[in-house]
Write a protein that binds this ligand. Structure first.
Ligand SMILES: C[S@@+](CC[C@H](N)C(=O)[O-])C[C@H]1O[C@@H](n2cnc3c(N)ncnc32)[C@H](O)[C@@H]1O
Length: 245
């Protein structure tokens, strides 16, 4: 599992709370769930729980699952009203099926093998009610992979509380096992004396084509209802809305 979600979980909280507009994220997914009249929601890869808080406060029955104990602890401490479970999205089983499942913030990028994706889709299917909604985003391989300039430094600034942060990313294409790239990241706090490095991480990130996603969903008996383009702070993504057959 990526160090970003374990040793660096507090840095994730500080920086991603600034990178991602969680209110806008919530409103985006809320509008999807409203279109399909769903009020019960499970989030896969719920991270530090920001979305859960918005859902819970807006009348949804929310629960989240995340593999990282550190992320679940931060979420539980912050949002006492929400239910967060530690679990692996490739192998989970709920006590009762739910009306909708979302997996956002490019969590699918960490399902590096086709076996992982298939087993996650199968679990989603088994844990959804009939005609349940499955919505998730993915980095668009077609647009993103050709745009990577190997070794170029990409900078992202963040501010949280009274602190200012900087992330330097170095992306490099590595297509040995699929549409993946290596992401080397260096996290810095800005101080009076300049930049102080507070963490580094190396992850493999998977991107997908829409055709691949169509195949995974078809194999697991989902019908695609919508494919929506969506920009994120760093990546071109698509959001899928699928229905359990
Ligand atoms: C990019 S973060 C997104 C978090 C959150 N959805 C957000 O938008 O801030 C990916 C999350 O997926 C979790 N994750 C990765 N692989 C997982 C797995 N197999 N099972 C459960 N959670 C996983 C990580 O711990 C991390 O919290």
């Amino acid at each position: 599992m990526s160090k970003l979600y374990t040793d660096l979980a507090e840095i994730y909280e500080a920086m991603y709370s600034s990178f991602i507009d969680y209110k806008a994220e919530f409103e985006f997914y809320e509008s999807i769930l409203k279109r399909y009249d769903r009020k019960e929601i499970l989030e896969l890869g719920s991270g530090i729980g920001h979305l859960g808080d918005f859902f819970q406060k807006n009348g949804f029955e929310y629960s989240g699952i995340d593999l990282s104990e550190e992320m679940v602890k931060i979420a539980e401490k912050k949002y006492l009203e929400c239910k967060f479970l530690k679990g692996d999205i490739r192998f989970f089983k709920l006590s009762k099926q739910v009306e909708s499942i979302i997996m956002v913030g490019r969590t699918i990028s960490y399902l590096l093998t086709n076996k992982d994706v298939l087993s996650t889709c199968k679990n989603v299917y088994n844990n959804l009610e009939r005609k349940g909604i499955f919505s998730f985003d993915f980095i668009d391989a077609e647009e993103f992979i050709p745009s990577i300039q190997n070794g170029k430094e990409i900078l992202h600034n963040a501010s949280y509380g009274n602190e200012e942060y900087l992330r330097k990313s170095i992306w490099s294409i590595d297509l040995d096992k699929g549409m993946t790239f290596n992401w080397e990241s260096h996290y810095f706090k800005k101080t009076k004396n300049g930049l102080k490095e507070i963490g580094t991480d190396n992850s493999v990130i998977r991107t997908f084509t829409r055709e691949e996603i169509r195949i995974f969903l078809e194999l697991n008996n989902f019908k695609i209802k919508e494919i929506l383009p969506k920009e994120s702070y760093a990546f071109p993504t698509y959001v899928i809305v699928a229905e359990k057959r």
